[in-house]
Design a protein. Sequence first.
Length: 114
Amino acid sequence: MEASVFARAAQRAGATAPAEAVQLDWVLTPFRAQRFYDLYHPAIARPLAYGAGGYLFYRSEDDSDHFVHMSFWSDRADFDRWWFSREMQDIRVAVSGLHGQPLIPHWHTVLERG
């Protein structure tokens, strides 16, 4: 996939921060948040082992059944290696039935990051 205008500008400027972020929105079925967290916890930092430049994992204060896992990548192929790895397949199977919406990774272009 061709890099966006912003990503190319960041590369020309010598930026070393990953140019893209992916967001995974886990919207859970009520009363399953603790079970989800316990099962998903091993996956939270694993993007780093596959080349991510960082990650966030947070829970909404307004909706305690909504968790977000965001990670920062220079190469989408590295994300794919993590997302389709056997360990992530196993985790996704373990948490299936705990969330009520299909999980689709959402990509974002990082314009600035501190």
